[in-house]
Design a protein around this ligand. Structure first.
Ligand code: SAH
Length: 453
C-alpha cells in the first residue's frame, strides 16, 4: 500500500525509539510519532513518508495508554528538556533499561553478562542541583528567562522548571527585574549583540549553598553592585559571579570568571566527603542518585586497601576521593584545570593523602605515564563524556593488564562501542546497572564492571 503525506490513520503504538518517540506499524510499515507512548491508540497524520518508514503527528488520543500520565509542567511538550514527562515513571525506567540492553546487544554484541534492574528515584522531580537558563526577549520586547524549545534556540518563557530547585524562580525574577530597571540587555544569538546570555544557578544539596553566575557577552556587568545588593539578601546565596563568554558558540560558559560577591565556589557533600565546586567544574547534577552511582562503582571496584587505582575523567575528584578511602593509591586525570584545582583542594580539606591529580587529556596523560613508569594498576575507573573513550586509552589499560574496569557512562551507545573494543582486547563485561540520574528525560547513566579474561 502507498502511504502519502497528510493521510490520517488510527495507529496503535507498540514500541519506542531511542529518543522516546512512539512507534506503530501500518501493515508492517513503521511510523514514528512524537509525544506518544507504548499502548496509546492515536489518530496520527503522516507528515513525512520515506521508503521504509514514516513520521506522523499526534492529532488526537483515541485511547490513552495506561503508561501515560499528565505532565506536571505546562510547557513539557514544547520544551526540549523533558522528553518523557508524559511517560509514567515506571514506563520511563523500563524505557531506559531497554535502551541500555539494546545498545549492548546491537552495538556491543555482548551476551552472558548480568543485567541488574535500573536504580530509580523515589521522587523523580526537583532533583537537579544545576540550572542554566537562557535569557532573551519575548515578542513584546520584555526580558525573559526560560528554556530552549526542542531542537531549536527559541526561548520558551518558564522560570519554574519541575526538575530544578524551587528557589530558582525567585532568583530569576530578581535578575529580570534588575535587567529591565537598569536596561541591561539580553543577548541575541542571531546578531551576537546584547549582554546577558545565560543565568547559571548551582545549589549544594546537603549544604543548601547557592551560586548565581551571570554569563555575559562582555567583560563587565553594569550596575553589578545593585544586583549583588538585591541577591545577597536571599537566604543561602553564598556566591555571585560573572562568566565572560564573547564567542559565537553554543557552549554556555566562557573561560573567564569574575567574583562579584562571596566565594568563587559552593560546597557540597557526597557521603562524608566535602567538595568545593567551581562554576567551570563538572559535578553530577542529581545528588541523590550520585550517591547510589558511586556506591555501585565502589562495589564493582571491590577494593581491599592494596590497590593502585586510576580515576580517568575525574572532574573535581569525587570518585577518586570516594575510592581513596579503600585503596592504596588513586590517580585522577581531568582536562579542566579548574576542576583539578578543586580536586587538590578537596583532597587536602578532607585529609586524604593517597591521591594524586593530573591535568590533561586522559588519552594522553595516562598512556604517557605508563610508558614512563611501567607501573601496573589494579582498577581503572572510566567516566568519560558522551563521546566515550579514545582507543589508545583502552589499549593502555590492556597493556597494563588491569584486572578490573569500572566504566560509568552517560551514553550507552558509546559505552557499548567501548565494551566491544575491550572485548577484542581480552576483557569481558560482567555486570551492568543503569541508574536513573536524569528522570523525565531520555538520558540514562550506566555503571558496568568489566573484568580481564
Ligand atoms: N567523574 C567525575 C566527572 C565525570 S564527567 C564525576 O563523577 O563527577 C566527565 C569529565 O571528563 C568532565 O569533568 C570533563 O571535563 C572531563 N573530560 C572531558 N574530556 C576529557 C579528556 N579527554 N580527558 C580527561 N578529562 C576529560
Amino acid at each position: 500500500m502507498e502511504y502519502k503525506k497528510n493521510d490520517v490513520y488510527s495507529l496503535t503504538i507498540t514500541d519506542a525509539n531511542m529518543d522516546g518517540d512512539g512507534v506503530g506499524k501500518l501493515d508492517g510499515f513503521p511510523i514514528f510519532v512524537k509525544d506518544t507512548v507504548i499502548g496509546d491508540v492515536a489518530e496520527v497524520k503522516l507528515i513525512k513518508v520515506k521508503k521504509n518508514y514514516g513520521y506522523g503527528r499526534l492529532m488526537k488520543l483515541i485511547q490513552p495508554s495506561k503508561n501515560r500520565v499528565e505532565p506536571r509542567c505546562d510547557v513539557a511538550r514544547q520544551c526540549g528538556g523533558c522528553q518523557l514527562q508524559f511517560y509514567s515513571y515506571q514506563e520511563q525506567l523500563r524505557f531506559k533499561e531497554n535502551k541500555v540492553k539494546n545498545h549492548l546487544e546491537r552495538i556491543g554484541k555482548v551476551t552472558g553478562y548480568q543485567f541488574h534492574p535500573i536504580i530509580g528515584m523515589e521522587e523523580p522531580f526537583h532533583y537537579r542541583n544545576k540550572a542554566q537558563f537562557p535569557i532573551g526577549r519575548n515578542k513584546d520586547g520584555r526580558v525573559i528567562a526560560g528554556f530552549y524549545a526542542g531542537r531549536t534556540h527559541s526561548i520558551i518563557e518558564y522560570k519554574d522548571c519541575v526538575l530544578g530547585s524551587k528557589e530558582n524562580k525567585l532568583i530569576l525574577e530578581i535578575i529580570l527585574k534588575f535587567m529591565e530597571e537598569y536596561q541591561v540587555t539580553p543577548y541575541q544569538e542571531t546578531t551576537h549583540t546584547g549582554l546577558v546570555r545565560h543565568v547559571l544557578i548551582r545549589q549544594g544539596y546537603h549544604t543548601g549553598e547557592i551560586m548565581v553566575c551571570m554569563v555575559i557577552n562582555g567583560t563587565m556587568l553594569p550596575h553589578a553592585k545593585e544586583l549583588v545588593k538585591r541577591l545577597q539578601v536571599l537566604e543561602h546565596i553564598t556566591s555571585i559571579m560573572v562568566n565572560c563568554n564573547q564567542e559565537k558558540t553554543n557552549v554556555i560558559l566562557g573561560k573567564e570568571l569574575i567574583t562579584l560577591w562571596g566565594n568563587d565556589f559552593i560546597t557540597d557533600f557526597i557521603g562524608d566527603i566535602c567538595f568545593r565546586i567551581s562554576p567551570l567544574s563538572f559535578f553530577q547534577v542529581n545528588p541523590i542518585q550520585t550517591e547510589q552511582l558511586y556506591q555501585k562503582a565502589l562495589q564493582y571496584a571491590n577494593l581491599s586497601g592494596k590497590e593502585m587505582v586510576w580515576d580517568l575523567y575525574c572532574g573535581i575528584g569525587t570518585i577518586s576521593l570516594f575510592l581513596a578511602q579503600k585503596a592504596k593509591k588513586v590517580y585522577g586525570v581531568e582536562i579542566v584545570e579548574q576542576a583539578i584545582e578543586n580536586a587538590k583542594e578537596n583532597a587536602k580539606r578532607n585529609q586524604i593523602e593517597n591521591v594524586e591529580f593530573f591535568t590533561g587529556k586522559a588519552e594522553e596523560v595516562f598512556p604517557a605515564w605508563y610508558r614512563q613508569n611501567r607501573e601496573q594498576a589494579d582498577v581503572v575507573v572510566l567516566d568519560p563524556p558522551r563521546k566515550g573513550c579514545e582507543e589508545v586509552l583502552l589499549q593502555t589499560i590492556a597493556e597494563m593488564k588491569v584486572e578490573r574496569i569500572v566504566y560509568i557512562s552517560c551514553d550507552s551507545a558509546t559505552l557499548a562501542r567501548d565494551v566491544r573494543i575491550l572485548d577484542g582486547m581480552g576483557y569481558r563485561l560482567l555486570e551492568v546497572t543503569p541508574v536513573d540520574m536524569f528522570a523525565q528525560t531520555v538520558h540514562v547513566e550506566t555503571v558496568v564492571l568489566i573484568q580481564r579474561k
